[in-house]
Design a protein around this ligand. Structure first.
Ligand code: KIV
Ligand code: NA
Length: 275
């Protein structure tokens, strides 16, 4: 299993870091089997698995429940879990307790928290207490309400330079890596060159140290619309639909189950049964 220092080494060696989300046992198992570098139990859980409109309704209990399932499937993979909305802002105490639960009950190796500004001191408190923290700047979905929706961030010189400063402060506060979401590719590269911790981009261009995608977007599973930055590598929706429709047709036509899927009683027992 890779650890935080390995990701730093990968940055130095210019070896790209491949991260993907997972939310349950089979997804953890499949991602580990495919040799992903690290997993994220993202609070995107709220949207792609639980059917909410945003990540805001996701609770710490939801995150613990799903992190445990992922962990059972991916015993040998570094797992980062998102601290959900309002579980780390209220106080350092609250952040500490929430992170402890995600790690001790959920089995996460690290937590991810969104934002710069005030959040930087929370990163410092957590890392000082021994919690590996991944930062997250740019489009921060938990605060999309304040950002005015899901929009590209850091497009102006002023916003970009603030983001570079916040990235540096995340590093200085002890974050071991930083997610950059939905920012111009030039800014992704500038941030990556400005800090010594690895950057993991999503909609941040090809100049970051690694990439992360939401698994359901990547395999087209249960999603009907994806952002511009998503590449879909296979079509699970199509596979599911074909499989399910054939099953239903077989059942209706009586062509499933066949002899092959059935159990047989021997002749003697049958005779005894009929008397
Ligand atoms: O919740 C999530 O899936 C994330 C990634 C998009 C970085 O935070
Ligand atoms: Na998230």
């Amino acid at each position: 299993m890779k650890k935080t220092t390995d990701f730093q080494k990968m940055k130095l060696a210019r070896e790209k870091i491949a991260m993907v989300t997972a939310y349950d046992f089979p997804q953890g198992k499949l991602a580990e089997k495919a040799d992903v570098d690290l997993l994220l139990v993202g609070d995107s859980l709220g949207m792609v698995v639980l059917g909410y409109d945003s990540t805001v309704p996701v609770t710490l209990e939801d995150m613990i429940h799903h992190t445990k399932a992922v962990k059972r499937g991916a015993r040998d993979t570094f797992i980062v879990a998102d601290l959900p909305f309002m579980t780390y802002h209220i106080s350092k105490d609250k952040a500490m307790k929430s992170a402890a639960m995600l790690m001790q009950e959920g089995g996460a190796h690290a937590v991810k928290i969104e934002g710069g500004g005030e959040v930087i001191e929370i990163i410092r408190a957590l890392t000082t207490a021994g919690v590996p923290v991944m930062g997250h700047l740019g489009l921060t979905p938990q605060t999309a309400g304040v950002l005015g929706g899901y929009k590209v961030q850091g497009k102006t010189a002023a916003a970009a330079s603030l983001l570079v400063e916040e990235a540096k402060r995340c590093e200085e506060a002890g974050a071991f890596a930083l997610v950059l979401e939905c920012i111009p590719q030039q800014l992704g590269q500038i941030v990556t060159e400005s800090i010594s911790i690895p950057t993991i981009g999503i909609g941040a261009g090809n100049g970051t140290d690694g990439q992360v995608l939401v698994l359901h977007d990547l395999v087209n599973f249960g999603v009907d619309r994806v952002a511009k930055f998503v590449k879909q590598y296979c079509d699970t929706n199509q596979l599911f639909e074909t499989g399910l429709r054939e099953y239903i047709k077989d059942v209706k036509q009586g062509t499933f189950p066949t002899e092959h899927h059935s159990f047989t009683m021997n002749e003697n027992e049958l005779e005894l049964l009929y008397g």
